[in-house]
Design a protein around this ligand. Structure first.
Ligand SMILES: Cc1cc2nc3c(=O)[nH]c(=O)nc-3n(C[C@H](O)[C@H](O)[C@H](O)COP(=O)(O)O)c2cc1C
Length: 354
């Protein structure tokens, strides 16, 4: 008999997929347009997608974001995702390992990711509020190359059994200071503002995933799980709470840290747009899960390989050969996003670059 926590993990998988089917998310990056370079003066085979960051030496700018672990079903999915990651050379994050800190039976559902991909780049995952010792344990559990700490106050608030206390500064600072691997602080889909990013910087964070709205929506997912506690959809007014991925990336324009992004990424063009807006690496969860559950692991490998082939073409249309060239690519944003930036007094890099 699986624990309540393991059951929650299965509900997340089922509801994420059900919500995805019902209303396929629209990427907030549709509000951003890249400026076509009609005379690129470069060629596709000159493009180098690899990162020169020695802590994240990834050959591609996107990765499989944290989803699951803790139950039998999620063990199977972690195994499949790890095989896909191995086949495609992508990095992969496992879902929150907090369940495995309390229930040792849940450990193999995370370990499987390392077993299936012994030499891959694996990211451990834990919620904010855990200790540095617990962070060390989840890193060891999968011999992780990096650690994600997710911050998810809005998800917890909607969740009937969720936390109500959010004093995270001290433990975040401790984890960042003591972790033997690089730490990414990550929102789960409600985005970040510049002040949060600056606060994380003061706590020592070097890597921040702004994790914005416009993809998998945990306000909706948790509210659908609420029916035995509250009326289902009681928090409907919170379904568009938070900053979108595009807004969060604009918030981060002047940040000094390495910025990652996730939330609603569904195409190689979304990846490139996020890079142009300053993201170093881009995580994809719901869209890949949807392909895995509906078409199987081979189709997910095909889709990822397609993205990997298409990215150099898109770089070329922008006249870019490397990741750093992309950061100089000009872009414009639609009226709604421009309005957001203006009201927030955000300085848009490249906004007037032509
Ligand atoms: C089924 C499911 C479970 C998730 N569980 C976790 C988790 O345990 N830890 C975490 O940091 N993020 C978790 N996420 C959030 C994703 O990593 C990602 O930040 C979010 O879904 C936005 O990306 P997307 O729009 O591509 O799905 C989960 C996402 C899904 C779809």
């Amino acid at each position: 008999m699986e624990s309540e926590h393991a059951h929650r993990k299965d509900e997340h998988l089922a509801l994420a997929e059900a919500e995805y089917r019902k209303m396929q998310p629209t990427s907030s990056l549709n509000q951003v347009r890249l400026i076509h370079k009609a005379l690129p003066e470069t060629s596709v085979n000159q493009v180098n997608l690899a990162s020169d960051n020695t802590e994240f030496p990834w050959p591609f700018p996107f990765y499989i974001e944290a989803m699951t672990g803790g139950s039998e079903k999620s063990s199977q999915i972690n195994g499949q995702l790890a095989e896909v990651a191995k086949e495609t050379g992508l990095a992969m994050a496992v879902g929150s390992q907090s369940i495995a800190l309390k229930d040792f039976e849940a450990i193999p559902s995370f370990e499987i990711a390392r077993k299936k991909n012994p030499n891959g780049f694996l990211i451990a995952n834990l919620g904010a509020g855990h200790t540095a010792y617990e962070a060390q344990r989840v890193i060891n559990m999968i011999d992780a190359n990096a650690l994600e700490i997710h911050i998810n106050a809005a998800q917890e608030i909607v969740m009937a059994e969720g936390d109500r206390n959010f004093h995270w500064h001290e433990s975040l600072g401790e984890i960042i200071a003591t972790s033997p691997v690089p730490v990414i602080i990550k929102e789960v889909g409600f985005g970040m503002d510049l002040h949060t990013i600056q606060t994380l910087e003061a706590l020592g964070a070097k890597y921040i995933n702004v994790g914005g709205r416009s993809g998998t929506n945990f306000a909706r997912i948790e509210d659908r799980r609420n029916h035995t506690n509250y009326k289902e959809h009681a928090h409907a007014y919170l379904y568009d709470w938070g900053q979108t991925t595009a807004e969060s990336l604009l918030e981060a324009q002047t940040a000094q840290q390495h910025i990652f992004a996730t939330g609603g990424i569904q195409s190689p063009l979304d990846v490139v747009k996020a890079q142009v807006l300053g993201a170093e690496n881009i995580g994809v969860a719901g869209y890949f899960l949807h392909i895995l559950l509906n078409q199987g692991a081979d189709s997910l490998v095909d889709e990822i390989q397609l993205w990997q082939k298409h990215l150099p073409k898109l770089y070329t249309l922008l006249g870019a050969k490397t990741r750093s060239d992309l950061q100089k690519a000009p872009f414009v944003v639609d009226a709604e996003l421009a309005n957001y930036a203006q009201q927030r007094h955000l300085k848009l890099n490249n906004f007037q670059n032509f």
